[in-house]
Design a protein around this ligand. Structure first.
Ligand code: NCD
Ligand code: ZN
Length: 335
């Protein structure tokens, strides 16, 4: 059995920099036709020069054609209207991180008072720039996303024309919010469709499944699966593939992030097939994002076959999700 996916998009991707960029960029560019590239480098991307230089480094590292890096800027509450107007054509979204909530987010937002955020959000709303958000408070780790929902609601109500993407949602509460506010959208990762906290810490601790937001309960996963498998028009695939070198994962203080880009399409085909939802996959990995972000990615046709795929134990120094496991679907051709 074979299926073909047109122009798959990964709307939340960490490509890193330097040697890591050279390892991981081709692994996305091979099978995806575009990706929304996260700005949490050290230091984060906050200027036009940094942004364009980084984009050039990605173009040099990607090795495959027909892959478009859609760039993002790291949210700062002191950007001016003039700066945003000038940079608008070079970015697809601005990514807001609460300060210190995840990898390289120390320079994020510490004060969520609407008065502090308003000038930039107002400008983004007027200029039509999408707000992409890592929505977690600094509360108890399992409750962080649900506790953040009121902040999404506050921003969504105050700026009804601003498109807001709740990134890598993990809870039934976030799924519910999607249908309550017209301007709320979401990305869903591969790993949050597959795993719950039990897979991370219920048996032996599995550091390569540790990420932010942490995987939640079976009922949360069920809520995510429901909207993904029906290709709910407000959800898109965003892998949140977040590579860290093995020594940072297999360590007493394990870095957060699951590396999934090279296996993403095969593993998505598998789980959609198991749910009898293969007909929704095209929308989930491409059309929905094209509509939400109003983009037309480069043409790329990816052929997947129901055939065994033994996932490598590592790609250089990075261990992927499903390392050494056999998936039931495989990418067999890219046209
Ligand atoms: C991401 C990273 O490593 O950059 N980590 C993660 O656990 N997802 C950052 C992020 O998206 O939170
Ligand atoms: Zn991320």
């Amino acid at each position: 059995m074979k299926i073909k996916i047109d122009s798959p998009l990964d709307m939340h991707l960490h490509l890193r920099d330097e040697d890591m960029l050279k390892v991981v960029a081709p692994l996305s560019a091979q099978t995806f036709s575009g990706a929304l590239v996260m700005p949490n480098l050290i230091p984060p991307i906050t200027t036009k020069e940094q942004l364009l230089d980084y984009k050039n480094r990605i173009e040099e590292a990607k090795k495959y054609n027909n892959f478009k890096p859609y760039m993002t800027l790291f949210f700062k509450s002191d950007y001016t209207y003039e700066f945003l107007k000038e940079i608008k054509k070079d970015i697809l979204a601005i990514k807001l991180y609460p300060a210190g909530i995840t990898t390289n987010s120390e320079d994020g937002v510490a004060n969520f008072s609407i008065d502090v955020l308003s000038p930039v959000l107002e400008a983004m709303s007027e200029l039509g720039i999408v707000l992409s958000v890592h929505g977690e408070t600094n509360g108890f780790v399992m409750d962080r996303e649900a506790e953040f929902i009121p902040i999404y609601e506050k921003i969504a109500k105050r700026f009804p024309k601003l498109k807001i993407v709740m990134e890598h949602i993990t809870t039934k509460e976030a799924v519910k919010a999607l249908d309550e506010y017209e301007n709320l959208y979401a990305t869903i990762t591969l790993h949050h469709l597959y795993i719950t906290l039990d897979d991370v810490a219920g048996g032996l601790l599995r550091p390569h499944l540790f990420c932010k937001p942490i995987a939640k309960r079976p009922e949360d996963r069920m809520a995510l699966r429901k909207v993904a498998f029906m290709a709910h028009p407000k959800v898109m695939f965003g892998s949140d593939s977040a590579p860290h070198p093995r020594y940072k994962k297999e360590a007493p203080g394990c870095a957060a992030g699951v590396f999934s880009a090279p296996v993403a399409l095969a593993a998505l085909a598998q789980i959609f097939d198991e749910a009898d939802a293969l007909e929704s996959l095209q929308k989930f990995v491409s059309q929905n994002a094209q509509k939400i972000y109003n983009i037309t990615p480069p043409r790329k046709e990816v052929v997947l076959e129901k055939e065994e795929f033994l996932v490598p134990s590592s790609y250089e120094n990075v261990v992927p999700i499903f390392a050494n496991e056999t998936l039931r679907w495989k990418v067999v051709d890219v046209l």
